[in-house]
Each structure stands twice: as C-alpha cells, then as structure tokens.
Design a protein around this ligand. Sequence first.
Ligand code: XMP
Length: 511
Amino acid sequence: MSEKILVLDFGGQYNQLIARRVREQHVYAEIKPYNKISVDEIKGIGYKGIIFTGGPNSVYDELSPHYSADILNAGIPILGICYGCQLMAYMAGGEIRSAENGSEYGKTAVFTKENPLFKNVPYESVCWMSHTDYVKTPPENFKIIANTAKCPCAAMCDEKRKLYGVQFHPEVTHTEYGKEMLSNFLFEICGCKGEWKMDDFVEQSVEKYRVKLKDKKVLLALSGGVDSSVAAVLLHKAIGKNLTCVFVDHGLLRKDEGDFVEQTFREKFGLNLIRVNAEERFLNKLSGVADPEEKRKIIGEEFIRVFEDEAKKLGKINVLVQGTIYPDVIESGKGDSAVIKSHHNVGGLPDVISFDEIAEPLRDLFKDEVREAGTKLGIPCELVWRQPFPGPGLAVRVIGEITKEKLDILREADAIFRDEISKAGLEKSASQYFAVLTDSKTVGVMGDARTYGYTVALRAVTTDDFMTAEWTRLPYEVLEKSSSRITNEVKGISRVVYDITSKPPATVEWE
Ligand code: XMP
C-alpha cells in the first residue's frame, strides 16, 4: 500500500469517522493511539500526512495527552482538529484559553480566508463547533485563516511547514464544506493521489492469500453474517477447495435462514461447506434454562464444542480464519466498561483448535467497506446488507425457557413482520427489526371462541452504532398489517404489541 494517512488519536469521539472520511476519498487511513507510535516510527512508515484528532481534554491539564513537538518538523503535513488544533498551537508555542464567553457548540457560521485548505470553500459557510478552549494567540509563523463570531482563531496554518489546525470538525456532515476541506488537505497539501479502491483491495487480498496460504488447510466458521461471509468468499477465490467452512446451525436461526446460507455458499459459490445440524444438541442443553446470560453461555460453549468436533474430523488445520474487522482492532485493548450482555462470537475458537496461524483478511476494513468488498465479490444483497443478528440467535428473543414449539411460533411471526417491512420498502429505514416471543400468555377471542395464546412484541430500532438507538416510528399501516397477519396466520399468538423503548434505557434485544 503506497499512500497512507495517519489519524493520531487523542481520545476524540470522531476518530473512526475521520478515518472513514479519508478513505471515502480513496486514500487509505489508519488510526493509532498517540501513545502507541513514536515520531521515528511515523517517519519510517512514510505517511503522506497526519491528522490529530479531537479529544475531551484541555492542553494545560496535567493528564491531557501530549505528543513530541518534533513531529511538527518531520516534514509531514499535519491537520489538527479541535483538541488537535489546540495541541498543535500549544506544541508550537501558541497560547490556549478557556472561552470567557461560554462554550461554542453546534452549527456556526465560519468565515474563511483564501488558503490551500479552503480551496472551493466560500468566504462564509456553516461549520460544526464543539469546544470550550480555543487558540488565543497562534504560534509564531502561524497565521489565522478563519474565524467565527465567538472564536477569533477558528483555523490557523504555517504554510511553509504545511501545518494546519481547525477548531471545528470538518469530518461531521454538519460542516457544509468539510468534505472539500479534507479533500484539500489530502490532495492539495499532502499531495495524495487517491488510489485506494475496493476493487484493488479485493484483488490484492486474493493474490496475497493465494501465495501466503498455498497448499495450506484453512478453516473458517461461517455464520452467514456479513463478516464471515465476505471473508469466506474472498478466501475461496484465493485458495478454492483448501478452504473448509463450517456452518453450525444451532436451530436458533430465523425462518429458512440455514437453507439460504447453505444454498448460497455451496451452490452459488461452490464453497467447500460443512453444515452441522445441531438443533437437537443445542435444545437439549438449553432445556429448562430461562436466564439470558446462562443461555448465552451455554450457546457459546456448545458452539465451540460442535465446531471442535467437526475440526477434529478434518485432521491437521494450518490456518484458522477470523472475521475481525477494523473497529475490533481499534477497540481491542480498550474498554473497561461494564458487561451488559456477554456477546457471543467465535473469539473462543483459537483456544480449542490446534492450528499454526490465524488469517484475518478483513482486519483493515470498516463495516461499510466490508459490505462494499462483499458486493464486489458478488455476494447477494440479502447477505451483504443483512441486519445484525445476534450469535445466540432466537434464543435471546424467546423470553424464558426455550422450546421448539416456541421457536417455530416466533420464526413465523418474525418472518411476517420482516415481510411487511420489506413490502412497504422500509428495510433501510430501520437498522434492525424483529419479533420477540414474550412469556406472557393473554386471553383473546377468535370467532366466538376464547383463545389463550402468547404475546408477540415487535421491535424496530434506528441507529448508527447500536450503542444507542431510537425506536423506529414505523407507519401505523405496517404495524396494523403485521399484527393482523400474525394473529391470523400464526397459531398460538393472541396479542401483538410494539416496543416503543429507546436504548438506553432498554437494550435492542429483550434479553
Ligand atoms: P443490545 O441488545 O446489547 O444489542 O442493545 C446491540 C446489538 O448487538 C446485537 N447483540 C448481539 N450480537 N451476540 C451478538 O453477536 C449477542 O449475544 C448479542 N446480543 C445482542 C443486537 O442484535 C444488536 O444489534
């Protein structure tokens, strides 16, 4: 990879967004925490430019993140954003102040001067501000190139050393000309060419693994989710039948999902696929268990056991594939936040299977880039744009004890709800939507007879990151149609409710 931009992370909430915005302009960007890379390493890698991210601190705080001022003389163009701008000013000898007249927050009119960073940006435009501190006096050799009503130095630069700082956030869409500014930094100031393309990534990866994994026996746990599907097709292109995919069907999938995954990968792509029908095994283990965390634990462990059994049959495995993506790489090592739900994934596999190495073909990609790669590889839309589905599957959507009968009822209700959303063309309006089988039975009336059946809850949420989510305002007509079809077509359900709780306080899944 020739051209790279470094996003030097000082703890800002938008660090991933900055990297994505850069990649959208076909320049590869990678994020590194400020305390994990030295000036010499940066110089050695040969980055075309550096972006200092924002951060929650004040440069004069003792604990605030700082960096060696040598970086300013490394001959690499730098763009400091928000805290990154203040830090640059501080490092170069400028003066930072806390706003006397209050923080500046939200959409703000900004006035820019003629400058390479503001090529094709009008004198007045809207930017997104979120700060309390500001650069009171820019360092020597820096000049002010933008201001707002409240902030006399909304942008500054030392054109000779190619050092630029903006107090506002060009990476958020509320900054009207943010895209142009980033583009100017990349192409006018850093001299990038913009050659990072998904086609090239796919081709280069296929070539790389063709050589690297030649004659090796490679194993992958295929779930039918986006990441494992893309990894599977990519590696299949590289090494064909030397890749074995094991798809553990735990019987907790949605209606027809197991068959769809099998058909797609075996028939369409010709993958060497082993489908393990382990429904009975999982249901036996789950019998009588009502506690959500207990269910997750059992499913996680059983998944590993089933996979292990299959792997043993295959003999010696050289390489195990993991569907790690870039946010996992960035997040790993971070985070001491409380465990709300112990998410099940295949992270436990390396401990139980003997193999020589791990391959992570997607570790440089963001989720939307994984989708783009999937599309380039010809994976069907239903899979590439599949909404997230929890590893423990419907087990966490059947409240209380799980039985085959309850799972079947839920599968039918869920399929109807998804069908109605799809018919109304609303698949993209909600980020995730599904049905939940509650453990409340209620009285109903059908014809002249009394019924006593389950209550189904419908849930749809809208979110970017699933950390917080809004309940989706689905049209009444869609809800009505779903409710009427579910009560009519699914035996055992007498009532349908719609979940109108956002996250927080509720989580997306009910368990
Ligand atoms: P919650 O319920 O925690 O869900 O608000 C956030 C997102 O994570 C998914 N989810 C899971 N995914 N294993 C997974 O792989 C799990 O155990 C699990 N629990 C929740 C959920 O569907 C939503 O997209």
